[in-house]
Design a protein around this ligand. Structure first.
Ligand code: NAD
Ligand code: UFG
Length: 339
């Protein structure tokens, strides 16, 4: 068992990952500046797991805070979620994205090196592939993101690759997530968008609960099964478990590797709406509108490398992820702000 520093642990994916780390017997230290999350999420993680998380409130760009954290607790490995993640905002405020996501990671890596912590799992994204030439997407597909957010992910991957060459014994896994959705089965933690959701799944749950009138389906003229966009929707608990497996890889190997985490299955927008309606009995009124700028037709993973290297695969069904996301939405109509 190890002691893991989780940056951005109060966020959507971080909170689910902390639950699974604690369940696997690891000790968890969380560092978060709460720029896009609430301390309530950390409380609920502890309540679900029945174990304590050691919380540091602060920023990954604060070198002296990192130094005192690494001095105060002996950390074996880092899972690095902390980042800004809104694609549209990254186009409007690129400097903030490079500063937080790239410069922030450099500060973290420097502090890790000084503390002799040489293992890291990094949250990358399928967005690094841009518009893929072929499906399913394998890890050797060209990396060519087309927005500043995606660039920050590609840059950090490159930094980690170079760091692992320079530092003998360093080990880094970049997990390229496809589309994480759903919530913990308890309904106590889940995705809590600060504003109008940009992403399909939280928009669907907000329509179903009556917070939004109807879903706009962005185009039905894509070259896909029914003309609507196709993505690889992955249950957030499966994704969280992928991080626990990535830590096992770090403990037995070294160097850099980038690995897709997805189900290997594509689902269209309309298929998702119908799956949600049949899993929950709720209704999702929707209208077809124009394509969203910057969208791609389809994107799904070849997840065989994760199976081979990490012994991981997604096991939760589309029905599970719809039901869990709906449970979270119903129990927390205002997210963590209900408290
Ligand atoms: P999130 O916004 O819910 O979580 C990110 C957390 O990091 C938040 O708690 C935020 O307060 C914290 N944070 C941000 N900047 C920080 C800083 N400088 N110092 C300390 N804490 C900071 O996002 P999420 O959906 O949980 O995503 C986690 C990671 O996964 C991010 O790196 C994101 O880019 C990546 N990712 C997410 C998705 C997705 O669809 N959710 C897909 C691919 C990759
Ligand atoms: N969609 C709608 N209506 C909506 C929202 C989305 O029809 O209100 C459609 C989109 O056009 C797309 C599909 O639903 O076809 C999925 O859209 P999301 O925004 O949920 O997901 P994306 O795959 O477009 O983007 C997500 C993250 C990005 C990340 C990317 C690749 O938002 O940050 O996955 O990992 F870069």
């Amino acid at each position: 068992m190890a002691r893991i520093l989780v940056t951005g642990g109060a966020g959507y994916i971080g909170s689910h990952t902390m639950v699974e780390l604690l369940a696997a017997g690891h000790d968890v230290v969380c560092l978060d500046n709460f720029s896009n999350s609430s301390p309530e999420a950390v409380k609920r993680v502890q309540e679900i797991a029945g174990r304590e998380v050691r919380l540091f409130t602060g920023d990954i760009r604060d070198r002296s805070l990192l130094d005192s954290l690494f001095h105060a607790v002996k950390v074996d490995a880092v899972i690095h979620f902390a980042a800004l993640k809104a694609v549209g905002e990254s186009v409007a405020k690129p400097l903030a994205y490079y500063e937080n996501n790239v410069a922030g990671t450099l500060t973290l890596l420097e502090a890790m090196r000084a503390a002799h912590v040489m293992r890291i799992v990094f949250s990358s994204s399928a967005t690094v592939y841009g518009n893929p030439d072929k499906l399913p997407i394998t890890e050797d597909a060209p990396v060519r993101p087309f927005n500043p957010y995606g660039q920050t992910k590609a840059m950090v991957e490159q930094i980690l690759r170079d760091w692992c060459v320079a530092e003998p014994g360093a080990a880094a896994v970049a997990l390229r997530y496809f589309n994480p959705v759903g919530a913990h089965p308890s309904g106590r933690i889940g995705e809590d968008p600060a504003d109008i959701p940009n992403n399909l799944f939280p928009f669907i749950t907000q329509v179903a609960i009556g917070k939004r009138e109807r879903l706009s389906v962005f185009g039905n003229d894509w070259p896909t099964v029914d003309g609507t966009g196709v993505r690889d929707y992955l249950h957030v608990v499966d994704l969280a478990l992928g991080h626990v497996k990535a830590l096992d890889w770090l403990a037995r190997d070294h160097g850099f590797v980038a690995i897709n985490l997805g189900t290997g299955q594509g689902t269209s927008v309309l298929e998702m709406v119908h799956a949600f309606e049949s899993a929950t009995g709720a209704k999702v009124p929707h209208t077809i509108v124009a394509r969203r700028p910057g969208d791609i037709a389809a994107c799904w993973a070849d997840a065989s490398l994760a199976h081979r290297l990490l012994h991981w695969q997604a096991t939760r069904s589309l029905e599970d992820l719809c039901a869990s996301g709906w449970r979270w939405q119903q129990a927390n109509p205002e997210g963590y702000r209900t408290v």
